[in-house]
Write a protein that binds this ligand. Structure first.
Ligand code: NAP
Length: 250
């Protein structure tokens, strides 16, 4: 029998790359997507291959439905099964107040963070649901503690895009619970990755760490371990859960 297969969006860096490596260490084969950084994605694939697992990296913009469909078609053809989806790819934008937001900014944010996650979840359900002849599976959405906190004067749009993903997690979990699919979300707090630099705040974790009850930022590995538990057979009765991984920053 073939190994279980997890598809991780945005697996080239940060939380997605850490999840890919931890999943491989736990025995999963891994299909990961990236947007622009093929070199980083190939390096993750190489590390997984060296662990003796099957891995592949595919370019796919989460803002493009056609590219999402193509990504899942690769899972069908190259891996022959899909057991878990980690909806991890996501973006922030520069710090602005809501009064400064352009409609282009809002459309990009929701297209990638929200609609992209919905479309990936749809493709996963179509393949995994026992109602469609699948053998069940697990979906983990990577949300953010921003969905609780609102991210004022930073990126309320980002927080809202993740709030929508949280609601999708709750609704979809109930929709497919009897079809063998579990759906959960993690809500990371301040995690040390490149996402902050991409939003023009490379020192964001160091600057805000003192406000976290644990007085530090988290690591990608600390989030990855929770994700790998949620897709594993160790969490069979856990669905519709939103798990904070934020050092007490609630
Ligand atoms: P990151 O280091 O910036 O990595 C982002 C990943 O997403 C990369 O693999 C990137 O691909 C991919 N990506 C970016 N835009 C994409 C697009 N349009 N289509 C497809 N893939 C795209 O981010 P991270 O910090 O690991 O964040 C991962 C997830 O955790 C995100 O959903 C983020 O919102 C969430 N999160 C992060 C934090 C934090 O503090 N770091 C906190 C809460 C939630 P390339 O490498 O090819 O660019």
């Amino acid at each position: 029998m073939k190994n279980k297969v997890v598809l991780i969006t945005g697996g080239s860096r940060g939380i997605g790359a850490a999840t890919a490596l931890q999943a491989a260490a736990a025995g999963w084969d891994v299909l990961l997507s990236f947007h622009t950084d093929q070199t980083a994605a190939d390096a993750v694939v190489l590390q997984i291959t060296e662990m003796g697992r099957h891995a592949m990296a595919i370019q796919a913009d989460m803002g493009c439905e056609e590219q999402i469909r193509r990504l899942f078609a690769v899972a069908d053809v190259q891996f022959g099964r899909l057991d878990a989806l980690v909806n991890n790819a996501g973006i922030v934008d520069t710090a602005q107040t809501l009064a400064e937001f352009s409609s282009q900014r809002l459309e990009r944010m929701f297209r990638i963070n929200t609609i992209g996650a919905f479309l990936c979840a749809r493709e996963a359900v179509l393949r995994m649901s026992t109602a469609n002849g699948g053998h069940g599976g697990a979906i983990v959405n990577v949300s953010s503690i921003a969905a609780r906190l609102g991210a004022p004067r930073q990126y309320v749009d980002y927080a809202a895009s993740k709030g929508a993903v949280d609601v999708m997690t709750l609704g979809l979990a109930k929709e497919v619970a009897a079809e063998g699919i579990r759906v959960n979300a993690v809500r990371p707090g301040l995690i040390e990755t490149d996402i902050h630099a991409s939003g023009g705040q490379p020192d964001r974790v160091q600057r805000l760490a003192a406000g976290v009850p644990m007085k530090r930022g988290g690591t990608a590995l600390e989030v990855a371990n929770a994700i790998v538990w949620l897709i594993s057979d160790e969490s069979p009765y856990t669905t519709g859960s939103l798990i904070e991984i934020s050092g007490g920053n609630l």
